[in-house]
Design a binder for this molecule. Structure first.
Ligand code: DTR
Length: 357
């Protein structure tokens, strides 16, 4: 009996030592294995998919600042599934050929200035209507919410990554514009609906993309411009136009779009990062635009003695009356495009009230 007990005890001790040893051996084997067969290491991370992102205005303007933010966020949130190379200042595609260039694959992503393309976006252009948006954050959130509700066919040829809109347009001019009477015959730069608003108030609208404005001001081709006021600083327009007239006029709209085939070929992590960023990037851009516009006005006051005027109540009422005619014309064009114009306009006004901050 004793012998059996001793044998079992000895056997158990040998087995334990063997397990530990084998454990050690296992550990050793594992470390030996690790050295000998790399197959045990984690699979190699796939290469980042390279994407090009074209933009048309100078790198320091808001459309390009939001592009750099989007790039950083998408690379971080997708764990570098993509590597975005940005091309500001029209170095890959300019304003005019942006949408076509993305559809044809000359750039993977592009920032499309939709307000430069009258008639191309019958539904989206409702956001440009003179409904007195008071901020870029509200106009951008309304634009994104409207897109999510209607997914307009006018954008079916591309993947929409985000959409945003400027703060309201205001007059920047060489000479003071204190009333609508001062606007009569005045050549001012405006595009899209902003241009129509200027014409309705008696100005002479000269349309051109943002990058062409400095030259037009230097050559005295225009006596001012009509857009969001951050360009007083960003484009140094305060040097030429030390007078501003607050009109809370129409906003300008933009779409950041991607080539559909490139989108389909993206890894899932990249698609999730981009889709997850769409609404957030829209609101971020609008809010950044508002903050930066306030800073630019202060900068222009400090550095160029900017003077700010407001229309009288009579002129505001006249501007509102002219706006009604522009909205009516949009409704007719939307109806002609087979869109539920009244419903869309009602949605814009309801969303504006919902998002007004
Ligand atoms: N003025 C409109 C929109 C706009 C406002 N700020 C910038 C800066 C860079 C490009 C465009 C804009 C426009 O010209 O599109």
């Amino acid at each position: 009996m004793k012998r059996i007990f001793l044998f079992v005890t000895l056997l158990g001790a040998l087995l334990l030592a063997g397990c530990g040893g084998s454990g050690d051996q296992k550990a050793d084997q594992t470390s030996e294995q690790k050295a000998a067969t790399p197959a045990e290491t984690a699979p190699a991370k796939p290469e980042s998919v390279k994407l090009t992102y074209a933009n048309f205005p100078p790198a320091f303007t808001v459309p390009c600042v939001q592009m750099e933010r989007w790039k950083k966020e998408v690379e971080a949130r997708s764990d570098n599934a993509v590597a975005v190379e940005t091309f500001p200042g029209g170095t890959l595609l300019n304003a005019k050929n942006m949408l076509r260039g993305v559809i044809e694959g000359q750039a993977d992503i592009g920032c499309v200035p939709m307000s430069y393309m009258p008639g191309v976006f019958p539904l989206s252009s409702v956001v440009e209507m003179p409904v007195a948006f008071h901020s870029g954050k509200t106009s951008s959130q309304v634009f994104w919410a409207l897109f999510e509700k209607y997914h307009p066919a006018e954008l079916n040829d591309v993947k929409v990554l985000t959409l945003f809109a400027t703060p309201p347009s205001n007059i920047m001019s060489r000479k003071p514009v204190k009333s609508i009477a001062d606007m009569q015959g005045l050549e001012l730069r405006g595009n899209g609906t902003s241009g129509k608003f200027l014409d309705a108030l008696g100005a002479v609208t000269v349309s051109m993309p943002m990058p062409e404005i400095p030259d037009a001001l230097q050559k005295n081709i225009i006596q001012g411009l009509y857009t969001s006021l951050e360009v007083l600083q960003d484009m140094k327009f305060a040097e030429f136009c030390p007078y501003v007239t607050i009109t809370d006029g129409p906003v300008y709209i933009f779409a950041v779009v991607m080539n559909t085939a490139k989108w389909e070929a993206l890894p899932e992590a990249a698609k999730q990062a981009m889709d997850g960023l769409s609404a957030e990037q829209s609101a971020w851009t609008g809010e950044y635009w508002d903050t930066h516009t306030a800073e630019a006005i202060e900068w222009a006051k400090q550095n160029h003695n900017l003077e700010v005027f407001e229309f009288s109540d009579e002129d505001k009422a006249l501007a509102l009356q002219k706006s009604a005619a522009i909205i009516e014309a949009w409704k007719q064009s939307a109806d002609a495009a087979g869109l539920p114009a009244e419903q869309i306009m009602a949605d814009v006004l309801a969303l504006k009230a919902q998002f007004a901050n």
